[in-house]
Design a protein around this ligand. Structure first.
Ligand SMILES: O=C1O[C@H](COP(=O)(O)O)[C@@H](O)[C@H](O)[C@H]1O
Length: 254
């Protein structure tokens, strides 16, 4: 994590390369991110805007805001393609499903074409599910090889677990060594459900990676990731584009 910290409670899309941005609270965080996403959608005049969504509880407020009157009709949804950074292998109707959360918070409220939404497949065979999602990503990308200068994603949103995981890249799991596949799977040691996850190479192929972290339960892990003493999976995230951390004060401190 870059040491440079910019404090702002304002709405906007002015974060600079490699910045850590600390906003006043979780509402300001959602405001900032929704406004940034609108900005990127307006700025990219041609081609799809590919966004990989994070799961968990933190981004729900952002998704609800994007689905609200303030944003629902301003984002060119026909050009936006939504992917998932990770998913639990449970039915898409299950409360634990990231797709379920995104559907309730966002998809049910916006006019996005069905073909633009790319949930991770949930099959008992995690390897097969991962291969299917990788094939879907490759079809959207137009190649089975990631090329520098041609990012797979415009934006990758990432959360941060209290154990330092991000997406479903959990500490000590073999997926952390994956250098070829774009999608793989992991079994967290202290959380239920096998997960599918984007791998480091897929996340790295992005214009912007944005960590979204809020709440006091994340203060300690944010401090540790920033100090860089422990090899947390989240601390190893790289991108060929820009890496931003958007924190609220409770997580990021003053
Ligand atoms: O398990 C998960 O947690 C992380 C962080 O979740 P949060 O509930 O603390 O916001 C998230 O990034 C990931 O997508 C999710 O599956």
């Amino acid at each position: 994590m870059n040491d440079k910290v910019e404090n702002t409670g304002e709405k906007g899309h002015t974060a600079k390369t490699g910045y850590v941005l600390v906003v006043s609270d979780a509402n300001a965080q959602a405001d900032y991110l929704a406004s940034s996403i609108l900005h990127h959608a307006e700025e990219k005049k041609e081609g799809p805007l590919r966004i990989a969504l994070s799961g968990g509880s933190t981004p729900k407020r952002l998704y609800e805001l994007l689905g609200s009157e303030e944003y629902a009709n301003r984002i060119p949804w026909h050009r936006v393609h939504l992917f998932f950074g990770d998913e639990r292998l449970v039915p898409h109707t299950d409360e634990a499903s990231n797709f379920h959360m995104v559907k309730e918070a966002l998809l049910n409220h916006v006019d996005i074409p069905f073909r633009n939404v790319h949930p991770m497949p949930v099959l008992e065979d995690a390897e097969k599910a991962a291969a299917l999602y990788q094939a879907e990503l490759q079809a959207e990308y137009g190649s089975s090889e990631l090329q520098k200068g041609k990012p797979l994603f415009d934006i990758v949103l990432l959360g941060l677990g209290a154990d330092g995981h991000t997406a479903s890249l959990f500490p000590g799991t073999p997926v952390l060594q994956e250098k070829q596949k774009w999608v793989s799977w992991s079994v967290p040691s202290d959380a239920p459900h096998t997960r599918l996850t984007l791998t480091y190479p897929a996340i790295e192929s992005s214009r912007f990676v944005i960590f979204v972290v809020s709440g006091e339960s994340k203060t300690q892990i944010i401090r540790e990731v920033r100090d860089g003493d422990k090899p947390y999976p989240s601390a190893a995230i790289k991108t060929e584009g820009e890496l931003h951390w958007v924190l609220d004060k409770a997580a990021g401190g003053e």
